[in-house]
Design a protein around this ligand. Sequence first.
Ligand SMILES: Cc1cc2nc3c(=O)[nH]c(=O)nc-3n(C[C@H](O)[C@H](O)[C@H](O)COP(=O)(O)O)c2cc1C
Length: 308
Amino acid sequence: MALVTGGELAAAVSRAGGLGIIGGGYAGTLGGEPDLEAEIARAKPTRFGVGFITWALERAPAMLTMALRHSPYCVFLSFGDPRPFAAEIREAGALLICQVQMLSQIDVALEAGAAVIVVQGAEAGGHGALRSTFPFVPEAADYLKKRSPQTLLIAAGGIADGRGLAAALMLGADGVLVGTRLWASAEALTPKAHTDKALGATGDCTIRTKVLDALRGVPWPREYSFRFLRNGLTDKWAARESEAFRAFASLSEDYARARARNDLEMVAVTCGEAVGLLNDRPTAESVVTSMAAQAADILQKGAELTFP
Ligand SMILES: Cc1cc2nc3c(=O)[nH]c(=O)nc-3n(C[C@H](O)[C@H](O)[C@H](O)COP(=O)(O)O)c2cc1C
């Protein structure tokens, strides 16, 4: 998670038995991003990965080279073509994880040599596209079974507790990617004001829209939109997408000023529909262990029902 998963959160997830991935985000091209090399130093010596927004990495490929010098366990790429980066990642000995938003992107990920494919449903916080997790995961599972059965499948989007984990496993996933739940964890870089606002929200309070990127002038490819908490800005603009694109970057300075004064009526509080399942800001260790325990319990009870 860009601007949110630093070394401390990534290491805490890995120590708890998950795989923590530091958010390399826009590879430094957005401005105001944490220093990636400093965050990597915070994660070491625990196992960690590094993630990048692929279209942004194209503008600053040296960030990948820098990250690979620190021997990450994996590189996570999403939102763009991973193939130009695949050889460098492979030669450095890191696994490639590709997140996809459409079934049609799986072939490109396989061609790049992805060991793991994350299918992301539209419920997810942050950037994403249109597919929903529930039908997308089993469709991808069927596809991978035919095309590349050794490739691991991970479900993302709306998974925030053991129920979501158990459901994802039932749908054919080998594991889950958790964003929003860990966004509101003790070790996340998320500002407290953001999680305070989110803890009073329900899943109804988020919106997926392209207007924010258009107005603040971040050149996202048109197929992707952004999910965050509705606010004054979305009330005003969400129904005026074409107008927002015509006004590209017109709010960039206002947005930067709003960020500086933490005005959450304009600035995005970035979380997914799973925000409605959050009541607290626990440690990452407690998130990982309680999700696993709840899922194991549910699956065990299900098995007992079937085979008493
Ligand atoms: C605050 C935030 C920042 C995110 N940043 C990125 C990112 O930089 N790159 C990326 O591939 N995905 C990013 N995502 C999406 C996650 O990779 C993941 O798909 C999503 O969080 C899963 O859905 P969930 O939020 O419902 O758990 C972000 C999500 C959140 C909530």
